[in-house]
Design a protein around this ligand. Structure first.
Ligand code: PLP
Length: 360
C-alpha cells in the first residue's frame, strides 16, 4: 500500500508514472532491455531525450530562443555552473538571499572567484518572508533568486521587476508546479527529485542570447555551451532520470492538462492545509509570513518540541510520511509537490484535527 508521502525531496511521484516505468522495466519500447541498459547513442534513447525536451518546452511554452539541457550533479552543481559560466573571476553578480539554498549559491559563487553581492535578504527575520525592495548592481551579470524556499516554506508570488540583468532562478522545489511568466528570466533550473523525477538529473532552460555570453574557459562538464552543442550528450547522460522526467512531463500534459490546471490543484491543496493551521486556535503555527507562504512546502510548529515528536511518530502510524522539518530548522513541513493528492492532504488535515483534540 502506498503511503501519503510529504517528503521534502526526493518527493512522491505520480503512481501512473511509476506503474508505467515498472511495465517498461524488462523491455522498453521493444528493445528487450530496460531504458537504462540501452546505449545513449542509440536512436531510441536519443528520440526519448528529445521527446522529453519537447514536452518540457510545451509545458512551459519555451520557444527556440531557449535552450534546454539535462545536467547531473544535482541542483547544487548549478550554483557553481552559473557563477563560472556567467560571472567568472571577479565577475559581478547579484543574489537575493531568501534561505539556505540561496545562501549556498552565494557562497559557491565566491568559491568560484566571482564577486557576488546581496541585492536583498530576509535573513534578519529568519527568512520568513520574500523581500520586495532591491538594491541592484547595474554592473551585475545576472540576478540570482530561489523561487521557492524548501526549508522555510516561502515562495515568490511576484518576481522582482526592474532588475538590470536577467534573473537566474533555482526553481527546484516548485519545478513545473505553476505556469511561469518567463519574461524577466535568463535561466531557470530545477533538480528533478521533488516534482518531476528521481535525483540525478537537473533540467536547465536558458535563453540562447545569455548562453552565447557564457565564458569559454570553463571545464567541459561545467560548460553550458558544451551541453547545448552536444544535446546534453557530451558524456553519458542520466538516461534513467531523463526517462522518468519524460513520463512525468506526459502525465502533466495528458492527465493533469498542463501547468494552469496543476497550479489550481496545488493551490487547493495548500489552501486546505493552511486553513487547518489557521483554524487551530494557535495549536499549529505557520512559520512563514502569510503573504509569502509557499504552495509547495507548508512549514509549521506545535506548542512544544515534545508534541512535534509525537505528532511525527503518530503521523507515520497513520500512513503519513515525511513530515519532519528540514534538519536545520526542525518543526513540521508538509511538502505538497505535484503528485501529492488532495486525498493525501485530507488525510493529513483529519489527522491534525484529531491530534489537536487529544493534545490541546
Ligand atoms: C531550492 C533547492 N535548491 C537546491 C537544492 C539542492 O538540491 P540537490 O540535492 O539536487 O543538489 C534543494 C534541495 O532540497 C532545494 O530545495
Amino acid at each position: 500500500m502506498r503511503v501519503s508521502n510529504f517528503n521534502g525531496g526526493p518527493g512522491t511521484l505520480p503512481t501512473e508514472v511509476l506503474e508505467e516505468a515498472a511495465r517498461d522495466m524488462l523491455d522498453w519500447r521493444g528493445t528487450g532491455m530496460s531504458v537504462m541498459e540501452n546505449s545513449h547513442r542509440g536512436k531510441k534513447v536519443i528520440a526519448m531525450v528529445k521527446e522529453a525536451e519537447m514536452d518540457f518546452r510545451d509545458l512551459l511554452g519555451l520557444d527556440d530562443d531557449w535552450a534546454v539541457i539535462f545536467c547531473q550533479g544535482g541542483a547544487s552543481l548549478q550554483f557553481a555552473m552559473i557563477a563560472l559560466n556567467f560571472a567568472g573571476p571577479g565577475g559581478r553578480c547579484d543574489y537575493i538571499n531568501t534561505g539556505l539554498w540561496s545562501t549556498k549559491a552565494y557562497k559557491e559563487a565566491q568559491i568560484c572567484g566571482a564577486k557576488p553581492r546581496l541585492a536583498a535578504s530576509s535573513e534578519e527575520e529568519d527568512f520568513t518572508y520574500i523581500p520586495d525592495a532591491f538594491d541592484f548592481d547595474h554592473e551585475a551579470k545576472y540576478v540570482y533568486i530561489t523561487t521557492n524556499n524548501t526549508v522555510r516554506g516561502t515562495q515568490w508570488k511576484k518576481f522582482p521587476s526592474g532588475a538590470p540583468a536577467p534573473l537566474v532562478a533555482d526553481m527546484s522545489s516548485e519545478f513545473l508546479s505553476r505556469p511561469i511568466d518567463l519574461e524577466p528570466f535568463g535561466l531557470i533550473y530545477g533538480g528533478a527529485q521533488k516534482n518531476v523525477g528521481p535525483a540525478g538529473v537537473t533540467v536547465v532552460a536558458m535563453r540562447r542570447d545569455l548562453a552565447d555570453k557564457a565564458r569559454l574557459d570553463v571545464p567541459s562538464m561545467l560548460s553550458y555551451p558544451i551541453y547545448i552543442k552536444s544535446d546534453s550528450m557530451y558524456n553519458t547522460p542520466p538516461v534513467w532520470g531523463i526517462y522518468i522526467c519524460g513520463l512525468t512531463f506526459k502525465w502533466l500534459k495528458n492527465t493533469i492538462g498542463g501547468l494552469s490546471n496543476m497550479a489550481a490543484i496545488n493551490r487547493a491543496k495548500a489552501e486546505a492545509l493552511y486553513r487547518a493551521i489557521d483554524l487551530s486556535d494557535g495549536f499549529y503555527r505557520g512559520t512563514a509570513r502569510p503573504c509569502s507562504r509557499s504552495v509547495m512546502n507548508v512549514t509549521y510548529r506545535l506548542p512544544t518540541e515534545d508534541l512535534e515528536k509525537r505528532f511525527k511518530k503518530e503521523a507515520v502510524q497513520n500512513g503519513l510520511e515525511g513530515l519532519g522539518g528540514h534538519r536545520s530548522v526542525g518543526g513540521i513541513r508538509a511538502s505538497l509537490y505535484n503528485a501529492v493528492t488532495q486525498q493525501d492532504v485530507s488525510n493529513l488535515t483529519e489527522f491534525m484535527l484529531e491530534f489537536q483534540h487529544k493534545n490541546a
